[in-house]
Design a protein around this ligand. Structure first.
Ligand code: GLU
Length: 419
């Protein structure tokens, strides 16, 4: 797969090989499952506020369209490259299949630090990116959503740009939109709520009381902040949180509602002082009951995995744990209960699916209905993963990924090869 490369892509390949071996998938069938169907690279020129022209590189990778349109977020970050986007698209496929959504995986992104742009520049870049993507996306081909560095406003600009070209409003082209522009109630909170809900399920399994338990949350964006708030509301003491500007630690528990308000108004935790400042890596190895990495990929390497002191590891981020770390965590599975990323953070895409369905039907649900259905799908997936991992005595990641990979493999086998 010469088009793709880099450490994140290598990680997705290594993870897949472990699962393909476990499922005894023939060598010649593996590339068909793993190789992305399409990858697009576009250049997005915009006028900067100072009158100069800047060009940003954008990507979209669609992993497979076997089960329906592809689905996945759009990331605006300085780290974005084709390999990372391809890996994230592949993970979206296993995630959608695991929770039973009629989608393949996709991911897109622009190599840009969004905070370096003014609001006008960000709008110009978002619109140009969507305009460049028009030949490749559609409500029945590929449906975008938010990811790191993007938000509801950007989804509204995407939807508006696509719609202006179609000559009609096509809300179902993206999910994660504001409710005022065809979004669903409960999408903004969906990923963080899902993480907290699954932590509660894991705690029940372990017969662990959440009230008074401690949690550490890495990343305080849409996923980390809502997960922290939900856990706080369940009586959990959140003792440390971090974002790219630093990490705060307060053994007696941080004031999460206040921190959420603070980070919301300033877009980061920078300058907040009511806690000890920690090194972000050091934070991961603090003794705690629940550890939630909700930032970027590959933060838990082999060394950190050996030093983790949590009881539940709930992966809010995509790909936070390296395959080398996995080998260590597999040996420590009696000590540390893993909620693997494709299960743990799947509440986001589950509610994106509900948004797409509501947009297609022009029929909108109450927030309680959205939440009830989200938890129902998450519960079903959680139980399936547990049953599979226990039956075959495998690591929770293996159980979860196997269910996802198997579903895609079965669909491809049944449909056959065209022509
Ligand atoms: N970006 C999110 C993820 O990684 C959500 C994708 C979506 O809602 O389509 O799962």
């Amino acid at each position: 797969m010469a088009a793709y490369g880099g450490p994140v892509f290598d990680m997705a390949v290594k993870q897949f090989e472990v699962i393909a071996d476990y499922l005894c998938i023939q060598q010649d069938a593996r590339a068909r499952l793993l190789m992305p169907k399409r990858a697009v690279t576009v250049s997005c020129p915009i006028h900067r506020d100072d009158g100069t022209t800047a060009v940003f590189e954008g990507y979209r990778v669609q992993h497979h369209l076997t089960l329906g349109p592809t689905k996945g977020g759009t990331r605006f970050a300085a780290s974005v490259d084709l390999g990372e986007v391809a890996a994230l698209a592949i993970w979206m496929s296993w995630k959608c299949a695991l929770v039973g959504l009629p989608y393949g995986g996709a991911k897109g992104g622009i190599n840009v630090e969004p905070s370096s742009l003014s609001k006008r520049e960000l709008e110009a870049l978002s619109r140009r990116y969507m305009q460049e993507m028009i030949p490749f996306v559609g409500p029945h081909t590929d449906v975008m959503a938010p990811d790191m560095g993007t938000n509801e406003q950007i989804m509204a600009w995407f939807m508006d740009t696509y719609s202006m070209y179609q000559g009609q409003t096509v809300t179902e082209i993206v999910t994660g939109k504001p409710v005022s522009a065809g979004g669903t109630l409960g999408r903004r909170e969906a990923t963080g709520r899902g993480v907290a809900h699954l932590v509660r399920r894991a705690a029940d399994e372990l017969k662990m009381r959440l009230s008074g338990a401690t949690a550490v949350v890495q990343g305080f964006g849409n996923v980390g902040s809502i997960a922290a708030l939900e856990l706080h509301n369940m009586g959990v003491k959140v003792i440390a949180v971090s974002d790219h500007t630093g990490a705060l630690y307060r053994p007696a528990g941080l004031d999460i509602p206040e921190l959420v308000k603070y980070a919301g108004s300033r877009v980061s935790l920078d300058g907040y002082s009511n806690g000890l400042i920690l090194d972000s890596a050091e934070m991961l190895t603090l003794p705690c009951d629940v550890l939630i990495p909700a930032a970027v990929e590959r933060v838990i390497d082999a060394k950190i995995a050996g030093n983790l002191r949590c009881r539940i590891l709930a992966e809010g981020a995509n790909g936070p744990t390296t395959p080398e770390a996995d080998r260590i965590l597999e040996k420590r599975q009696r000590e540390i209960f893993l909620i693997p990323d494709i299960l743990c953070n799947s509440g986001g895409v589950v509610v994106s699916y509900f948004e797409w369905v509501q947009d297609l039907q022009r029929l909108f649900w109450e927030e309680e209905e959205v939440m009830r259905r989200e938890y129902q799908l998450l519960d079903r997936a959680f139980e399936r993963v547990l049953a599979r991992s226990r039956r075959d005595k495998v690591f929770n990641r293996t159980g979860a990924m196997a269910i996802g990979v198997e579903r895609v493999r079965d669909a491809k086998d049944t449909r056959g090869l065209f022509p």
